[in-house]
Structure formats: C-alpha cells, structure tokens
Design a binder for this molecule. Structure first.
Ligand code: PLP
Length: 396
C-alpha cells in the first residue's frame, strides 16, 4: 500500500485557499487592543477591536491582575474540579450571578469553550437545536460536539423559526439558541418573540451575549434590557470583549449550572482560568456594575456615526449597536475602501464572503467609548472623503 502523500495534500489545500481568496495571515499589528494600533509601524485609530469600552488598558484591571499573580501565581494548575479552584473564581461567579440576576454562574476558559460546554451539557442526539443562521461559529461547533440535530433558521426570521419548531414538534428535547448582538451586522435578536415561541414549544432558551455584555442593558445584556432575564434559561457572555479581560461565564438556574459542571466536557477537561485573568475580570465587572464604564456614550456616538453614514449615502443595514457595517457590495470595493481609510489613519476591517453573504462585502466598524472628540471627527471626515471618492468612481 502506498503511503498517503501529506505534502501534496497540504500544498493542494493551501493553494486552493489562496486561489479562492480565503488565505489567512496574522496582520502586522502590535498593541491591537489599544485606542490606536501600530500597523507596520504606522499609528492608526483602532476601529477593529472588541475592546469596546477601552477597559483593557485601565489601571484598575492591570492592578487587579498583578495583585492576583502576586497572591496566587501564574496558573490555576488544574481543572476546577480537581485542585484548580481559588477564591477569586468563587467571588467572580457570585458577582456574575448577582449582576445577571441569576441563581448561579460558571466560569469557562473562553466564549468559544462556553458555547461548546452549554451544548455538550444540555444537548444530545435526541435534541433539536434551533439556531439563527448567523450565530457564532462556537455555537455551530457546540451543536456538532453534542451530536444534536441542527435546525438553522434564516437570520432573524421568526416565521421560519416557528415553522421549524412545528416541523420538529415530536422531538424529545428542543433548544433555541441565539446571539443577542450579531457580530457582522450589529443588529439584535427578536428576543421577546424567541422566548414566546420557545415557551409555546417547550424549548429551552440559550442566549450568547458576547457583544452585548458591558454595553446593552446597563452592561447586563439584551435580555436584561428587554426585561427578559427570567424568561431566558441560559445566559452566556464573555469577559473578553467589552470587559477587557478574558474568559466567559454561563449564568442561569442552579440546575442549569449543575448540568454544565457535571456534563460540560470543555469545563471538566480544561485547566481553570489563570489568576491574572480572573482578577482582571473581577475588576472589570465591578467597574461596569458601578456604572463606571461609558456604554451610554458608546451607543450615542454609534447612533451619531450611523446618522452621518446614512447622510453620506452609505447603508449600515440593521445595526443598532456599537458594531456598524458599511455595506459596499463587491469584494474589491470593500478592500479599496479599507485601504482608503487606512491612508487616512483609520483602521476598519473589510469583511468578505464567506463571513458575510455574497454581494454584501463591507467595512465593519467596531466603535469604542475611549475615542476622543477629535478622533470621532477624524472618523467622520474619513468617511466623507470616502463617499466623495466613491461617487466619483475613484474606488476600485
Ligand atoms: C467572540 C464571540 C465568542 C467567543 O468568545 P471568546 O472569548 O473570544 O472565545 C462567542 N460568541 C460570540 C457571539 C462572539 O462574538
């Protein structure tokens, strides 16, 4: 039997990625979470990071991380279920549960791991998981890990969700899962309708508040903003975006958290978060809970920018949050627009298919609360110039 030619296989796969325009490289970025970023030695305004509140650089977080290292060292040393626990974990879980208005919370190593954990613990082959087509990849991967039946509904299409729930009426167990803020469009889920449909069909509801945590609902997320905290069964969110730290939580009733602790493989078989991270998350959550963060200001300046972009003739889709897509259509235009803005000192990524549907290539602005008035003026001016260049056909 001749041996499989791995060299040839990998060369072919990589060549295909290149020819399809899907080749991935780590960009030449240094200090990528800061308000300004170093890009090949050039300083650009950073409208690409998820550090929405600018908390990552804050003294309170840095000091808490340092204190935690000094007290507990650099690693948890084991899974929480073995000897990886330390007092800061318990404290962060208690604080998170209270902040979210839930009975209990569990820390996970990342948002990615948290979604895997939720699905692995709650779903199985006899569970149908109803999932918005634009939900985060970690939800999709969690459904695969659980070997559950995956029923995808069209983005935000509640009639399609109702139809799929009815079609799977006989399924033994059902879960409806949704991002609350969608990462490529900055729009929000119709949570009231989702909860209503789930209750009608006896389905458990799971929400991923990764982009909403720290921003919407006084930092508590969309479920809180809409008064639906008690109606939603499982609340997942991250410390890695607006909270400027790392890791994630899942909050809910005691029984939900016990399920994750007992059956969630990504929790059971992974080392607990390191002390520095848990310390920083605690400091961040305290700042947000005390209203010390600038979420209101962030949402206001996002509304201003959307207004400005609309007046310039740009489409920002259904965005109502700090994530603002500027939908341009074809890939070449999106790339040219990105380069155009970069020339003017503003870093905004171009997002192309397959991350977004064909023909909707776009710029994706991630606004942040620590931009100065002068920064915002620079952003507004850069888009004015982009609109002029575009109307003259000077883009791509
Ligand atoms: C970023 C993100 C995650 C993953 O969180 P990490 O902490 O980066 O692993 C999960 N869900 C959504 C919706 C996200 O945007």
């Amino acid at each position: 039997m001749s041996a499989f030619d791995w060299n040839q296989h990998m060369a072919a796969r990589l060549a295909e990625a290149r020819t399809r325009g899907l080749w991935r490289e780590i960009p030449p970025v240094d200090r990528g979470a800061d308000r300004t970023v170093l890009w090949q030695g050039r300083r650009l305004l950073n409208l690409a990071s998820n550090n929405y509140l600018g908390l990552a650089g804050r003294g309170e977080l840095r000091a808490a991380a340092v204190r935690a290292v000094e007290e507990y060292g650099t690693t948890a040393g084991a899974s929480r279920l073995v000897t990886g626990n330390f007092a800061l974990c318990d404290e962060l879980e208690r604080l998170t549960a209270g902040f979210k208005g839930q009975q209990a919370a569990l820390l996970l190593g990342s948002g990615y791991a948290a979604n895997l954990c939720v699905m692995a613990a709650l779903a199985d082959r006899h569970t149908v998981v109803f999932s918005d087509r634009l939900n985060h990849a970690s939800i999709v991967d969690g459904i695969a890990l659980a070997r559950a039946v995956h029923a995808r509904y069209r983005h935000g299409d509640m009639e399609h969700l109702a139809e799929l729930l009815a079609r799977h009426g006989d399924a033994p167990r059902k879960i409806v899962v949704t991002d609350t803020v969608f990462s490529m469009d900055g729009d929000v889920a119709d949570l009231a309708r989702i909860v209503e449909l789930a209750q009608e069909h006896g389905a458990l509801t799971v929400v991923d508040e990764a982009h909403a945590t720290g921003v919407l609902g006084e930092g508590r997320g969309l479920a809180h903003e809409l008064g639906l905290s008690d109606a939603v069964d499982v609340h997942m969110g991250t410390f890695s975006k607006a909270l400027g730290s790392h890791g994630a939580y899942v909050a809910g009733r005691e029984d939900v958290v016990a399920m994750l602790r007992n059956f969630g493989r990504p929790f059971i078989f992974s080392t607990a978060l390191p002390p520095a991270v848990v310390g920083a998350s605690l400091a961040a959550l305290r700042l947000v809970a005390a209203g010390g963060a600038k979420a209101r200001r962030l949402l206001d300046s996002a509304a201003d920018l959307r207004h400005h972009l609309a007046a310039l003739g740009f489409s920002t889709g259904r965005s109502v949050t700090q994530i603002i897509p500027v939908i341009l259509g074809d890939n070449a235009t999106a790339l040219a627009a990105r380069d155009f803005l970069m020339e003017r000192g503003v870093l905004v990524p171009a997002i192309r298919p397959p991350s977004v549907p064909e023909g909707t290539a776009r710029l994706r602005v991630s606004l942040r609360a620590d931009l100065t008035e002068a920064d915002m003026e620079r952003v507004h001016t850069a888009f004015e110039e982009l609109a002029v260049a575009r109307s003259r056909g000077g883009l791509a």
